[in-house]
Design a protein around this ligand. Structure first.
Ligand code: FES
Length: 109
């Protein structure tokens, strides 16, 4: 069992230091939900299928993340407020090498 320390800035600009488990198969969207960093119904709307972009976040740290899949890339190409460092939280599985990850939640769209 290994937990990692990550920082998540919510949509009000408040940064939360979070301890996330890496042995529970959780993705970043589920971590945000479990800590209630965004109101119910505003994140994870599609249930993590890369079909809603409600879990979009901006990656601030230089943490190396897995490459985007086709679904993620396609969804981000039609989402709002997309930046160069945008990712879909539901497509990022928590792993031990993401220690120190820092992200900011994209605005609700
Ligand atoms: S939860 Fe819908 S795209 Fe991530």
């Amino acid at each position: 069992m290994e937990d990692i320390n990550i920082k998540i800035t919510d949509r009000d600009g408040v940064t939360h230091e979070i301890v996330a488990p890496t042995d529970m198969g959780m993705n970043l969207m589920e971590v945000v939900r479990s800590y209630e960093l965004a109101p119910e119904g505003t994140i994870g709307v599609c249930g993590g299928m890369a079909m809603c972009a409600s879990c979009q976040c901006y990656v601030i740290s230089d943490t190396v993340l897995p490459d985007m899949g086709d679904d993620e890339e396609a969804m981000l190409s039609e989402a709002f407020d997309v930046k160069d460092n945008s990712r879909l939280g539901c497509q990022i599985q928590m792993t031990p090498d993401m220690e120190g990850l820092e992200v900011e939640l994209a605005p609700e769209s």
